[in-house]
Write a new protein. Structure first.
Length: 286
């Protein structure tokens, strides 16, 4: 928090979880890069949620990636996947860098968990075909809240790691904020974010943030670890089977002899043997 200007700053360093996500899904370079950006955005936006709630970000597009889905919560747990993990090529170093991946048409939507079983979804069309820029448009159009969103992936010297250092930064004004200071800070961060990340990432997130915000009124309000993981379980698979109903489950047992399910988020494969399905039917729980 910058107290004198009433500006909120959220920094997420996501190098390790991005590498884990890439390894989990076996994503090619372009797909891995966009997935890591989206996971970073989910971490940033998850930090704005209240209590134990989640937020998810979805991109649908007509390019070879076809889309992606990520979500994050207030504890720092993020997960996600891309629809086509095998996209290797991105464009040149220009404003249309991601057009060969995302295509020419699409939308970005955000679903917020408001608590108490209530949800709010809003969407914007992809215009910049750049996740950070289109998220800024999302905040401005959907939330009527100007925001600075920066997503960075920087090479690591001497290391053959395609993702490099991965981090994101979100700056938003609070009610009554100094909007001149907000605009000036955005310009400064766009200039300094990559150099500060390159120079200080080995020292941790706090060192990066201190390098970016030398202001005397800078105060850390919260700090917590981020991780890539999933909430899937065998119990959830069993509940999904129960929801199918007796007739459909009996038909599945007769045709397949067992049930199989693979989680899109973490690729865990669950196999429910036929004996267990018969037990569910005999117990009359369906």
């Amino acid at each position: 928090m910058l107290k004198n200007t009433d500006l909120r700053v959220v920094l997420a360093t996501t190098t390790e979880l991005s590498r884990q996500a890439r390894a989990t899904h076996g994503t090619a370079p372009a797909a891995a890069a966009l997935l890591s950006q989206a996971l970073t955005a989910a971490a940033l936006m998850g930090a704005l949620q209240k209590s134990d709630s989640r937020i998810n970000i979805q991109v649908e597009c007509d390019g070879p990636l076809r889309g992606l889905f990520v979500d994050g919560d207030t504890s720092g747990l993020v997960r996600g996947y891309v629809k086509n993990a095998h996209v290797e090529y991105a464009g040149g170093d220009s404003q249309y860098h991601w057009r060969p991946v995302l295509g020419n048409k699409g939308f970005l939507s955000v679903l917020r968990d408001l608590g108490g079983g209530e949800y709010y979804r809003s969407a914007v069309e992809l215009e910049a075909f750049d996740l950070a820029a289109d998220l800024e448009r999302y905040f401005k159009q959907s939330d009527q809240l100007p925001s600075h969103v920066l997503l960075a992936q920087l090479p690591v010297g001497g290391e053959a790691e395609p993702l490099g250092h991965v981090a994101g930064l979100l700056v938003q004004p609070l009610p009554g904020a100094d909007m001149t200071a907000f605009a000036e800070l955005g310009e400064r961060l766009r200039r300094d974010f990559a150099p500060a990340l390159q120079a200080r990432s080995a020292e941790g997130a706090t060192a990066v943030l201190r390098a970016l915000l030398p202001e005397s009124d800078f105060e850390v309000m919260s700090r917590y670890p981020l991780r890539f993981g999933c909430s899937c379980s065998k119990d959830r698979v069993l509940r999904a089977l129960l929801a199918m109903g007796r007739e459909e489950l009996t038909d599945l047992l007769e045709k397949e002899g067992q049930a199989e399910a693979t989680c899109q988020f973490c690729t865990t494969r669950y196999v429910i043997p036929g004996e267990e399905i018969r037990g569910m039917l005999e117990r009359g729980g369906i």
